[in-house]
Design a protein around this ligand. Structure first.
Ligand SMILES: [Zn+2]
Ligand SMILES: [Zn+2]
Length: 184
């Protein structure tokens, strides 16, 4: 059996990309110091360090020496640590468990821009989410909301527009028939 690569072995290749500063050892040590792994390791692993206003863990990476120091989402760091850099097509690291402070690599996946938008809507963080009704005052509840491309659409309004189109089609058809009848 091939041994699993350890974080320590993964880091040097990341370092060559110049993204994580010169001294990776303290970074991942700092990471594990802030993660609580529960008795059942398939549950969420909770970040107990700094969180942003959305509940996502934050970790600072890079080095002051070369001005590369910056904050990174801790769950993204966890993903890099366990799986490496996500592909350019799926650059976002998202949670299966919808739990922002969760670090469990089994609960993380790489997603597309569209996946990321869906994720935001689902978590109610999208700016649209503050709006609870459509411009016609229909509620954006589960029954009346169509989710598409990470955006919400009012089902009642869609239905109404559909009916209007139908009426217009019928009227056009009547007119055409009328014209035919007149020309016949
Ligand atoms: Zn989780
Ligand atoms: Zn509506």
């Amino acid at each position: 059996m091939r041994p699993q690569p350890t974080p320590a072995k993964r880091f040097p290749s990341m370092l060559r990309k110049g993204q994580y500063g010169q001294d990776p050892q303290p970074v991942y040590e700092r990471f594990w110091e802030k993660v609580v792994i529960p008795d059942n390791p398939s549950d969420c692993w909770i970040w107990v360090g700094t969180r942003d206003k959305y509940g996502y863990g934050q970790i600072s990476v890079g080095s002051e020496a070369d001005n590369s120091q910056r904050k990174m989402k801790a769950h993204r760091f966890s993903f890099l640590l366990h799986y490496g850099e996500p592909s350019p097509k799926k650059p976002h690291v998202l949670h299966h468990c919808d739990n922002p402070p969760c670090m469990n690599p089994q609960h993380l996946f790489a997603g597309t821009n569209s996946d990321n938008q869906w994720d935001k809507v689902k978590k109610g963080r999208h700016h649209e989410q503050a709006i609870t009704h459509c411009p016609q005052e229909h509620p954006y509840d589960e029954e009346n909301t169509i989710l598409y491309g990470g955006r919400r659409y009012c089902r009642a309004c869609q239905r109404k527009r559909g009916r209007e189109r139908m009426r217009r089609n019928r009227a056009a058809l009547r007119e055409t028939r009328g014209e035919h009848a007149a020309s016949a």
